[in-house]
Design a protein around this ligand. Structure first.
Ligand SMILES: [Zn+2]
Length: 429
């Protein structure tokens, strides 16, 4: 019994101490001052207006090169070649270094499809950077502008959507996109409930006193339908990603649905569905999504394209073999994604096709099937395999991070759902 009090005392001392240690940062974590930040940032530290997109920070990976970065932004091979030449001749620039910081501007269109503005900023130090701007010809320029990173905390209660909640408080929707991506495997952000609430600690980019962008979310808690979801960012030489407080990876090897933004399910997985075209009861071994024509369909996981063709009632079909266990099929596509053909390796999130109405269908939709050992299973109900958990060697360091951020996240006012008979905000009939 006495032993328990000792543990409690130790915990109390730890958090008390942690409180003192992290106190200096708390001045940055005041939600009152946060609401004064305006959504309009006239010109950011790199000379761009906010409508160009959401500033996204990246780090050059081992063996990653300029070619890959620019190609991902949709820049043609010829232009990439010209850019590297200009960089070499004008600035003596040769190679990207591993862990070098870069910035890009991310945009989302009406379909939720991501693309980048034709601007790439390569940081050479905290102050010096190279700007590559391809919006009007080829501009390659060396400049200096310090970007500092400040840690901030937000909290909010959902009234209708996460974005509305953020924007009403004067925050950038960029935080919402980050949260959406972190919790995408656990929470359907298009079916949030009134009273769902969240807290997050994130990096904010500041240049000359102006907020110029949103960085990484470091820790977050999302309470959805009274279930608590936690995410802690962790990175070392071996691994990086978001983990729950026990160090289990919360991001999955397979996405829940083959879309960047969740789409309405028009017909669920059902072994005895009455088929609207064949007018008889036949099993519907997949999930139909009523997404608009042309919506990009993405690979739910890394894998190899094992089929990509027009196939009778299936219409245009793509099938991906993810590993020995899982395979996925995408039917009735309007067309295939760039470079998608049989034998090609794809990455999770890569566009493999577009929603269509090819084959035996009554209307535009995507029929999606997940197979486990070649048996179709209900992708909506199934518990998908997780990304790897943290290695034993990382656990101690990770636990300290969890304690630090849990303490900081606990500092805000107590939040509780405002409405007990919550309803499904985005529910379609
Ligand atoms: Zn179907």
């Amino acid at each position: 019994m006495f032993h328990h009090y000792l543990v409690l005392l130790a915990l109390f001392l730890f958090y008390g101490l942690a409180g003192c240690l992290y106190q200096p940062q708390m001045t940055e974590l005041d939600s009152d001052t946060l609401s004064e930040i305006q959504e309009e940032f006239p010109i950011d530290g790199f000379g761009y207006a906010s409508d160009i997109g959401i500033l996204e920070r990246g780090e050059i990976l081992a063996n990653q090169n300029l070619y890959e970065l620019l190609e991902e932004m949709g820049v043609s091979q010829q232009v990439i070649w010209q850019v590297s030449n200009e960089l070499k001749q004008k600035l003596g620039f040769r190679f990207l270094k591993q862990n070098q910081i870069y910035y890009r501007y991310r945009k989302h269109n009406n379909f939720g499809d991501v693309h980048y503005a034709p601007v790439l900023i390569l940081m050479e130090s905290n102050v010096r950077y190279i700007k590559i701007d391809l919006s009007d010809g080829i501009l390659v320029q060396a400049s200096a502008k310090p970007i500092t990173i400040r840690i901030r905390q937000i909290e909010g209660i959902i009234e209708s959507s996460l974005y509305k909640s953020l924007v009403l408080q004067g925050h950038s929707a960029g935080v919402g996109i980050e949260l959406n991506e972190i919790f995408a495997w656990q929470i359907d952000f298009f079916r949030l409930y009134q009273g769902d609430n969240y807290r997050a600690i994130y990096e904010e980019f500041i240049s000359e006193g102006e907020v110029v962008g949103v960085g990484r979310v470091l820790a977050a808690v999302f309470i959805h339908q009274n279930s608590v979801y936690k995410a802690f960012y962790y990175k070392d030489e071996q691994q990086q990603g978001y983990y729950d407080s026990e160090g289990n990876g919360i991001q999955k090897a397979l996405l829940k649905a083959p879309f960047r933004y969740n789409q309405r399910i028009s017909s669920s997985f059902n072994y005895s569905r009455f088929h609207p075209v064949l007018k008889q009861s036949i099993p519907h071994t997949g999930t139909d999504y009523a997404a608009p024509l042309g919506t990009p369909v993405i690979a739910v996981g890394d894998g190899e394209i094992i089929e990509c063709k027009y196939k009778g009632a299936n219409g245009n079909i793509v099938q991906i073999q993810h590993n020995d266990t899982y395979r996925t099929a995408y039917l009735h596509l309007n067309g295939f994604g760039p470079n998608i053909k049989k034998g090609v390796q794809v990455k999770q999130g890569q566009v493999i096709g577009y929603v269509g109405r090819t084959g035996r269908v009554t209307g535009v939709h995507l029929h999606y099937t997940l197979y486990k050992h070649n048996v179709p299973i209900n992708s909506v109900e199934v518990n998908l395999p997780s990304q790897e958990s943290l290695s034993e060697s990382a656990i101690n360091k990770f636990n300290l991070e969890v304690q630090k951020y849990s303490f900081l996240l606990g500092q805000g006012s107590i939040l509780s759902p405002t409405n007990n008979d919550s309803y499904d905000v985005e529910k379609n009939s």
